[in-house]
Structures are given as C-alpha cells and as structure tokens.
Write a protein that binds this ligand. Structure first.
Ligand SMILES: O=C(CO)[C@H](O)[C@H](O)COP(=O)(O)O
Length: 282
C-alpha cells in the first residue's frame, strides 16, 4: 500500500471513530449503515465498543456490501423493510445513520453514489432521525461538482437512452451509463437491478448564491442544487438521484417533515495530518 493510500485510510478511520463516539448513544436501538470504503471504519469503530455497548442494537444496511460488513463484524442485522412497526403500521425510526459521501458542499448538500448504492442509501437516510456523513478531506468542496464532477443517477435500463437525451438537453455535456469494467463486462448493475448514469454538470450553486436575475434553473447549464434535484427526480425512468439535498433531520422536525430529510446534521472529514474537521449544520 502506498503511503498516500495509508494516510487516506488513517484519515477515514479517525473521522469514523470520532463520528461514532459523538453520535452513537447506548440508548440507540436501530442504526443505518451506508456503503463505501469509509463505512468499513465506521463498522470497525462500532465493533470496537464491544457487545455490552452494541448488544441491544440492530443495524440496517444500504446494500450487499454493508450487509457483508455488518455480518462479518457480528452485528445484528435487519433489512429496511423488516423493522418493527408501531400500532399505526409505521416502521420504527433509525436513531442515527452513518454513511460516506463523494462530495460535500458548504451547506452539507451531498453527492453520493460513487459506489452505486445511492437508492438504498437515500431510503436509509430518510428513515433516520439524524444522518452523519463520514469522509476524508478530499470530499470537502465549496460547491458540488467541483471535484466530483458527475451526479450518479439510478435509472431503469429501458429508460437509459431517453434519460441520457434529457440530461444533455438540461446542460449535462456528456452523461454516460456507468460501465461494470474492469470486474464486469457491460453496464454496472446496482443491487436493485438498475443502471447508473454519471451526469457531469458545472459546479452547482447554493441556495444562498441565488440573486435577482439568477434563478439557478439551468440557464447556460448553471443549476442550483435544489432546483437540479427537483428536475432530475421528475425525469421518467429515473429511480433515484445521488444528490442529497433539502433539509436535515433537525430541520425536518421543525418543518413537520420528519423522515424526509436527506442532508446530514454533520460531516466528519479526516485529514492527512490525522486531525478531524467537523462541519456542522448551522
Ligand atoms: O455513496 C456511496 C456509495 O454509493 C459512498 O458512500 C461514497 O461513494 C463514498 O465512498 P467512499 O467512502 O469509498 O469514499
């Protein structure tokens, strides 16, 4: 392993241990666990607390990778649709959800789906009272699509050609269906049997960037995060998008929109020098 890879892994590990220490409480019963290479360290941090801490907890994965991680760590598993329900048939809320991200902007909007698990990741995020993002500091950006230049979009394979055409019309210069190579010939097929389109966009505006005359609705290919998300989810054939935007779990409660929150309340970024920078919702 090169020294830069090992520094990045140490950064992910430090961020994961701090995020788990600060957000996972002994009273928690249902916890969402996302996908990707950083979440490996989140599971390690939870397992390190020992069975007396996590013995009464049940963990909900976002796909086959996180399911495997939880099994290997000996943590109790339950699929999202297997949660107990209350007297009104409403599934129990997840106390906290930990997940990685491909890019995080100044308002804690996220791009996710680099690992192809965005659909279940969003379902799990919105099932939580509180979502915590964990990453290394390469993921921190002023605006989305700055470093991670494409938005992953999960689509029904049958609809891919028309979604590609609509994306081009929206100002995405060269959207492409993600390939499964080098490990699989043909398209990358998600845990849900869908395909992923990676759609490049110019760096996305924040809501606070909108000024008179700039409505962020894609004129000259320049979109504001929320407006682009609204437009993308409406495209026929799109199953889910890798933009996580809107509001966080705390804001959701004050807006009366519980369990619709996609944004994290905080993002933990491990740095190559070993410190952890925490970006919290204001
Ligand atoms: O969204 C994801 C998978 O769909 C991952 O959380 C995201 O790609 C970050 O992965 P990593 O922790 O490996 O950087």
């Amino acid at each position: 392993m090169s020294s830069s890879t090992s520094l990045i892994n140490s950064a992910k590990l430090a961020a994961s241990f701090q995020a788990v220490d600060e957000h996972l409480l002994p009273s928690h019963r249902f916890i969402g666990i996302g996908s990707g290479s950083t979440v490996v360290y989140v599971v390690e941090a939870i397992a390190a607390k020992g069975p007396s801490f996590y013995g009464d907890m049940t963990f909900v994965p976002t796909g086959s990778q996180s399911k495997g991680l939880l099994k290997a760590a000996g943590l109790r598993l339950c699929n999202l649709d297997e949660r107990p329900v209350d007297a009104h048939g409403v599934p129990v809320a997840l106390d906290v959800v930990f997940d990685g991200a491909d890019e995080v902007d100044e308002e804690l909007n996220l791009i996710k789906g680099g690992g192809g698990c965005l659909f279940q990741e969003k379902l799990v995020a919105v099932a939580g009272r509180k979502f915590v993002a964990v990453a290394d500091s390469r993921k921190q950006s002023p605006r989305l699509c700055t470093t991670w230049k494409t938005i992953p979009i999960e689509v029904l394979p049958l609809a891919a050609p028309s979604v590609l055409a609509r994306l081009r019309a929206m100002g995405s210069p060269s959207p492409t269906v993600r390939s499964g190579l080098p490990s699989k010939a043909g398209e990358c097929v998600t845990d849900n049997g869908m395909w992923i389109i990676d759609a490049p966009f110019a760096p996305l505006l924040l809501a606070r960037d909108l000024k008179p005359g700039v409505d962020g609705a894609g004129k000259d290919g320049v979109w504001e995060v929320g407006k682009l998300a609204e437009e993308l989810v409406r495209l026929p054939g799109v199953v889910e998008i890798g933009l996580f935007t809107g509001f966080n779990g705390v804001e959701a409660v004050s807006l009366g929109k519980e369990f619709q929150a996609q944004k994290p309340v905080a993002a933990y970024f491990g740095t190559p020098t070993g410190e952890v920078q925490v970006q919290r919702a204001t």
